[in-house]
Design a protein around this ligand. Structure first.
Ligand code: A2P
Length: 292
């Protein structure tokens, strides 16, 4: 599906559509201030919101949606089940808590947030298989329209390969300094839409000289260069900002085109520039729901 406007969507392999730019709520102020930012984003035209049980932002997102007056069916809402809640009963409890906090009776997309609970879990494959089958049941029960995963590498997909439904999305860290080419290739070959978390390299790439030079050439912000970089690789960016001007700027990224040369130069940025330091198997976050 060709993406040429912020109102366009990616087609998921289950037939559903997902708006091509998402608003990420990780790290957002979880009180009135955060709620106001989301309200502003909705008023500017954002329709795709990404949250997680871990982030603590589901409630403010629910409140902002209610206050916005925009109807539920115009919005695309994603949430995630945290890695410590992967037992079938815990998944259902987490999911119900998410629905309640968001003030909705269904999700557009539910993701397994992390493939394994910790580095020492020798039974992670069994746990993952059980978790994914529970996700399939939730979908069959009509409580969630699409199901997917986050922070998965090809070896994690292997575990659930023979299940009756495949993940339609993999949300991973993606930016010029951490492109995860093997994983992106794997996903795209299997019709799994890749979503980018931290598409701006957690802010670290915004002042990178290579990005600055390209931004200057096109007379756009460095943020727009980085978001356009995602879309040029068929990766869906999840972007966040606390400023109305920047929120607006980030939505208007279709007024210029990155050339093949620009993309080549951006891909040459040193590996791990702006990297979070997180790895699905080797450096698993310790955070528990409620820590944020
Ligand atoms: P701010 O809230 O001050 O706008 P990432 O998504 O890679 O983790 O990076 C997010 C950070 O990038 C946010 O903290 C946000 O800060 C900043 N940001 C988002 N959009 C822009 C923009 N258009 N220009 C500059 N900084 C931006």
């Amino acid at each position: 599906m060709k993406i040429s406007s912020s109102e366009d969507s990616f087609l998921l392999s289950d037939g559903n559509k997902i708006p091509c730019i998402g608003f990420g709520t990780f790290g957002l102020d979880n009180n009135k201030k955060g709620q106001d930012i989301i309200k502003t984003a909705i008023s500017l035209g954002y329709r795709h919101f990404d949250t997680a049980s871990l982030y603590g932002s589901e409630e403010i997102l629910g409140k902002a949606i209610k206050a916005s007056g925009v109807s539920r069916d115009e919005l695309f809402l994603t949430s995630k089940v945290w890695k410590d809640d992967m037992a079938p009963g815990d998944i259902r409890k987490s999911f119900d808590r998410s629905l309640h906090a968001l003030g909705t009776d269904y999700l557009d997309l539910l993701l397994i947030h992390w493939p394994r609970a910790n580095e020492n879990d020798e039974e992670w494959e069994e746990h993952l298989l059980m978790a994914w089958n529970t996700f399939i049941f939730l979908k069959q029960e009509g409580k969630v329209k699409s199901i997917g995963v986050s922070n998965f590498l090809p070896q994690h997909f292997d575990v659930i390969h023979s299940c009756s439904e495949k993940p339609v999305v993999n949300q991973i860290e993606f930016h010029p300094g951490y492109m995860q080419t093997g994983t992106v290739d794997y996903c795209q070959r299997h019709s799994i839409v890749v979503e980018a978390w931290s598409p701006l390299g957690r802010g670290a790439l915004l002042n990178h000289p290579v990005v600055e030079e390209i931004a200057k050439k096109h007379k756009v912000s460095t943020a727009k260069v980085l978001l356009a970089f995602c879309l040029a690789h068929n990766v869906l960016p999840l972007v966040k900002s606390s400023s109305k001007e920047r929120l607006k700027d980030n939505l208007s990224l279709f007024d210029f085109n990155l050339s093949e040369d620009d993309l080549y130069v951006l891909r040459g940025i040193a590996e791990k520039t702006g990297w979070s330091g997180q790895h699905p198997d080797l450096s698993i976050p310790k955070a528990k729901v409620g820590d944020f």
